[in-house]
Design a protein around this ligand. Structure first.
Ligand SMILES: [Zn+2]
Length: 193
């Protein structure tokens, strides 16, 4: 891990206290764009290494219809926050999203294209302030390498059908998969059972 060099680099304040957080949540959280003061001491980057997970085999044809939707059209269809998260790869503040603490049984769908992405039965309390799941539904979620933070490669998670940015996946999740899908509430719509 590259954590030893972190302190000498000019990095966002939200990930500058990595060294002091060993005893806190066993899960890391999104490092980017989180400016909440109360979280500034509890953020760490553990678990954010490049995952060995391969992108799922996605049918190319399934996303053709959504690829042609313009940014302007997405802006009309989504709220400002939903657009920022899903189409501009934004991150909502921890503990502020609609679903971070939700335990309602049901299925979480893509806010953009309504594809079912996660079942509530795979949701678990990660302590991060974002809804977290250990498994997506089928191949409806894909991942790809995210190098937006140069010393911290991560696996971005996207909707396989419409390419909406959902969050990131880490390898420190619970059994049976060991995966932790750390997802923005704003990219989801829960349909209760
Ligand atoms: Zn979608």
């Amino acid at each position: 891990m590259a954590l030893k060099s972190v302190h000498s680099l000019s990095i966002p304040t939200c990930i500058s206290s990595v060294h002091n957080t060993r005893s806190r949540s066993r899960f890391s959280i999104f490092p980017a764009l989180n400016k909440s003061p109360r979280l500034s001491h509890s953020v760490r980057v553990m678990g954010s290494y490049a995952s060995s997970q391969k992108p799922d085999n996605v049918q190319e044809a399934s996303s053709i219809g959504y690829a042609s939707i313009s940014e302007e059209e997405w802006k009309k269809r989504l709220t400002k926050e939903q657009f920022y998260i899903t189409r501009q790869k934004g991150t909502e503040r921890a503990f502020t999203g609609e679903y971070w603490n939700t335990k309602t049984p049901g299925t979480y769908h893509c806010i953009c294209c309504d594809t079912p992405l996660f079942e509530s039965s795979t949701k678990f309390d990660s302590g991060t302030g974002w809804p977290s799941y250990y498994q997506p539904l089928g191949n409806n979620v894909k991942s790809k390498l995210d190098l937006s933070i140069i010393f911290m490669p991560r696996q971005e998670v996207l909707c396989s059908v419409c390419d909406a940015h959902l969050g990131h996946v880490f390898d420190d999740g619970p059994p049976p998969t060991g995966k932790r899908y750390c997802i923005n509430s704003a990219s989801l719509k829960l349909k209760p059972k």
